[in-house]
Design a protein around this ligand. Structure first.
Ligand code: HXC
Length: 274
């Protein structure tokens, strides 16, 4: 099959959902200072939510929270924490509750990645990514769960599509994200009776992110690569992931839990160019 002549437009969720659907709600987003997490936070705020963004670099977080507040007219505050350290996450949750009194939505977005063959992947390198992606997700859920139960809220975990097939040089991230997928399903089963939902968004190569710059040859665009052709004609934009986030947190998705939704404009693992 030839590459697609069609290129899907990138719509904004504000053209589809009312801009006040999250009024009074509070988002807690790890990895919210940059990339996909920042884009998800901005879009959720555009629908009326306040937000707390969590990351290791306070300077970057502070700048991002000011930018998000300014762009959306809602309140965003930074909370410095390393998802590998449960006590620092508990402090971030405390800060969120002191400021807003509640948490309704959690995005587990903090992640780490680099390309490395397993033969060159040290024990510490493998462990580091498992600690950030998998244990960081567990720590975030543990720290926020009482508040998410109280609000009958919802989790979104950021996974990837790499581990739905074999992706070379990604043993660490593939293992870590497979565990995140599994963890989300268990949370959905155990916490559903408490009114809590848990879902996974699995972005493909996402334009303009640190992840893409690490995984794809520097300065190149996968949309220009015939071998990478997608049926919908382009690679993932941050806004695509943000739009799905609004849907999953909204009342339109109140009966959806334990699901993994790839946001990659294709059928995972398929290729248009043989
Ligand atoms: C081999 C590497 C390496 C590399 C680091 N290490 N980079 N090994 N190749 N390129 C090894 C180090 O040598 C060390 O092992 C161990 O990993 C820990 O490295 P540190 O630098 O001490 O860890 P830390 O400072 O905590 O940094 C974590 C990190 C870093 C993951 C290495 O890159 C990071 O913080 N990244 C956050 C941002 C990020 O990566 N975002 C992209 C997410 S994309 P030794 O043995 O020497 O001690 C994503 C999926 C995208 O999640 C999927 C798209 C389809």
């Amino acid at each position: 099959m030839a590459p697609s002549p069609y290129v899907a437009p990138v719509a904004s969720s504000t053209a589809v959902f009312r801009d006040d659907i999250f009024k009074g709600k509070v988002l807690f987003c790890t990895g919210g200072g940059s990339g996909i997490g920042k884009g998800m936070t901005e879009t959720v705020m555009r629908h009326g939510a306040s937000a707390v963004i969590i990351g290791r670099n306070l300077e970057r977080l502070t700048a991002a929270s000011q930018e998000l507040s300014q762009k959306t007219g809602e309140v965003c505050i930074p909370a410095q924490a390393d998802v590998r350290k449960p006590e620092s996450l508990r402090d971030a949750v405390k800060k969120a509750i002191e400021r807003f009194g509640r948490i309704d939505f959690v995005i587990c977005g903090a992640a780490g990645n680099f390309l490395a063959p397993i033969s060159g992947l040290s024990e510490n390198a493998f462990r580091t990514v498992i600690e950030i992606d998998t244990i960081g997700t567990y720590n975030t859920v543990k720290a926020t769960l009482p508040h998410i139960r109280a609000s009958k809220g919802s989790y979104i975990h950021i996974s990837a599509t790499l581990h739905y097939q074999g992706t070379p040089y990604q043993a660490h991230v593939s293992s870590a994200k497979a565990a995140v997928d599994a963890l989300s399903r268990v949370i959905a089963m155990e916490e559903g009776p408490h009114g809590v939902r848990s879902n996974v968004l699995a972005p493909g190569y996402t334009m303009g992110t640190e992840g893409l710059s690490k995984l794809y040859p520097k300065g190149k665009n996968p949309n220009d690569d015939e071998k990478m052709a997608r049926p919908l004609g382009r690679y993932t934009e941050i806004q695509d992931v943000a739009n799905a986030t609004v849907f999953l947190f909204s009342d339109a998705a109140l009966y959806i839990t334990g699901q993994i939704i790839p946001i990659d404009g294709s059928v995972v693992g398929s290729s248009l160019v043989p």
